[in-house]
Design a protein around this ligand. Structure first.
Ligand code: NZQ
Ligand code: ZN
Length: 384
C-alpha cells in the first residue's frame, strides 16, 4: 500500500427528517446565501423544509444554477456575495449546485485578478466562504469532497478544481428527497458513482485488499440497489443505500494508498463541454473504450473485477477481459444509459477536437500518465 494522508471533516446528517437539523449547524448571526438550481426544490418540498429549518436566519437566495454549472452564472452570485457581505453559503441541490457553490465560495475570497484562474491555472484557493449542503441527487460525492467542476459557455470548456477549503462543513443526506428524481437522473447517479469507484480501483494492484473490497462492496451495492430505486422510487431503503454508496464512492476513503486513474472523467468532461451530454453518460461512453485499450496495464485488476463483481472465472485472459467489459456495458444499458458516440449524435470530428485539446494542455493522464492525444483518439474511435 502507498503512503497517504487522509482527512475528511464533512459532518454528514443522514436519514429522513434530517433537513430540520440545519438550524443547529448554521452559525447564528451569519448572513446566508441559499443557492439552488432550476427549481426542482420547489416541487418536491425540499425548499419548504429548508425554509422551516432556517426560519429566523438572515437569508438571501440565488437560483438558476444550471446542470454543469456555468462560470457566467456563478459570477453573478459572486457579485451578490460581495455586495451583500454574505458570510455563509447554503447549497440545496445536486452536484451542479454544490459544485457551483464551491466555486462561488472560492471566487468571493480570491485575491487574484480573474477567478477563472482557479480552474484554468489551478490557482491556489487560500480562503473560501464556509458551505453547508442539502443534497438532492446522489451521484457526484460533492457533498463530502472538495472537488468542483465548472463550465464556461464562452470558451466551451469544462474544468475542475479541488481544495479542502471548499469541503462542506455539513451535508444533509435525506434519502426521501430523491423520490422526485426522474429515471434519467437516477440512472446518471448510479453510473457516475460506479465510474468513480472504477477510477480509483481499476488500475494496478498495490496489495491494498481493504480498499479493493470496499470498492467492490460499493460496486455490488450500486448494482443491487440502483435497479430497485429505478423500479420503485418510494423504496426508502433502496434510496438510502444508493445515496450512501454514491457518497462513499467519492469521499476520498477508497482512494487512500492506491493509484488512481481519472482519464475517463477528463475525456468525458470534453464530451460535455462540446455537446452538453450528461456527465454520467459521457463516462458510460468512454469507460468501455478505456478498459479495452488499457487491458494490459490494467490486466490484474480487470480480471479481479470480472471475477469478483460479475463471477467471470472461465476462459483465456482476453476472453475474461472481454466478458468483463461486456458486463459493464450491459449494466449501463440496463439502467437506460447508452454507451456509444452515435447514440448521442456526436460526429467523428469531435474526436480530433478533443485530442487537440489534450495536445494543447499537455495532458498525460491515467495511473501511468500514458494517456495523451493519440490514446484519447483510439479510445473514442472505438466508441463510434
Ligand atoms: O436544477 P434542478 O431544478 O434542481 O434540477 C436538477 C437538474 O436538472 C435535477 N434534480 C436534482 N435533484 C432533484 C432533481 N430533480 C428532481 N428531484 C430531485 N431531488 O437533476 C438535474 C441534474 O442535476 P445535477 O446537479 O446537474 O446532477 P449531478 O448531481 O449528476 O451533478 C453533475 C455535475 O457534477 C459534476 C459533473 O461534471 C456535473 O457538472 N461532478 C462533480 C464531481 C465532484 N464535485 O466531485 C465529480 C463528478 O465526477 C462530476 O464531474
Ligand atoms: Zn463523475
Amino acid at each position: 500500500m502507498n503512503n497517504f494522508t487522509f482527512q475528511n471533516p464533512v459532518k454528514v446528517l443522514f436519514g429522513k427528517g434530517q433537513i430540520a437539523q440545519i438550524r443547529e449547524q448554521l452559525p447564528a448571526n451569519s448572513k446566508i446565501l441559499l443557492t439552488y438550481g432550476g427549481g426542482s426544490i420547489f416541487k418536491n418540498g425540499v425548499y419548504q423544509q429548508v425554509k422551516e429549518a432556517t426560519n429566523g436566519f438572515n437569508i438571501l437566495e440565488f437560483g438558476g444554477i444550471e446542470a454543469n454549472p456555468k462560470f457566467e452564472t456563478l459570477m453573478k452570485a459572486v457579485a451578490i456575495c460581495k455586495d451583500e457581505q454574505i458570510d455563509y453559503l447554503l447549497a440545496v441541490g445536486g452536484g451542479s449546485v454544490l459544485d457551483g457553490t464551491k466555486f462561488i465560495a472560492a471566487a468571493v475570497c480570491f485575491e487574484g485578478a480573474d477567478p477563472w484562474d482557479i480552474l484554468a491555472k489551478q490557482a491556489e484557493v487560500k480562503a473560501a466562504l464556509p458551505i453547508g449542503a442539502v443534497l438532492t441527487l446522489p451521484a457526484t460525492g460533492s457533498e463530502m469532497n472538495g472537488n468542483s467542476v465548472v463550465s464556461r459557455i464562452e470558451t466551451q470548456e469544462k474544468l475542475a478544481f479541488g481544495s479542502p477549503m471548499v469541503m462542506p462543513q455539513f451535508s444533509v443526506l435525506d434519502p426521501e428527497v430523491i423520490f422526485s428524481l426522474p429515471d434519467r437522473q437516477v440512472a446518471n447517479g448510479v453510473v457516475d458513482a460506479f465510474v468513480h469507484v472504477m477510477e480509483q480501483y481499476l488500475t494496478y494492484p498495490v496489495n491494498a485488499p481493504l480498499q479493493d473490497r470496499m470498492a467492490e462492496g460499493i460496486l455490488h451495492t450500486l448494482i443491487e440497489e440502483g435497479p430497485k430505486v429505478l423500479a420503485n422510487r418510494n423504496d426508502y431503503d433502496a434510496a438510502a443505500n444508493f445515496m450512501w454508496s454514491a457518497t462513499m464512492a467519492l469521499n476520498g476513503l477508497i482512494a487512500v494508498g492506491v493509484p488512481q486513474d481519472w482519464a475517463t472523467h477528463l475525456i468525458g468532461h470534453e464530451l460535455t463541454a462540446y455537446h452538453g451530454i450528461d456527465h454520467a453518460r459521457t463516462l458510460a461512453i468512454v469507460l468501455p473504450g478505456m478498459m479495452d485499450l488499457k487491458r494490459e496495464n490494467k490486466e490484474a485488476k480487470l480480471l479481479q473485477y470480472g471475477e469478483r463483481i460479475w463471477g467471470i472465472n472461465q476462459g483465456t485472459t482476453n476472453e475474461r477481459i472481454d466478458a468483463a467489459i461486456a458486463k459493464t456495458v450491459e449494466f449501463f444499458e440496463s439502467v437506460g444509459i447508452k454507451t456509444k458516440l452515435p447514440d448521442y449524435d456526436v460526429p467523428s470530428e469531435t474526436i480530433g477536437k478533443i485530442a487537440e485539446r489534450f495536445e494543447q494542455r499537455g495532458y498525460k493522464v491515467g495511473e501511468h500518465g500514458d494517456i495523451g492525444p493519440k490514446e484519447v483518439s483510439e479510445i473514442l474511435e472505438s466508441r463510434l
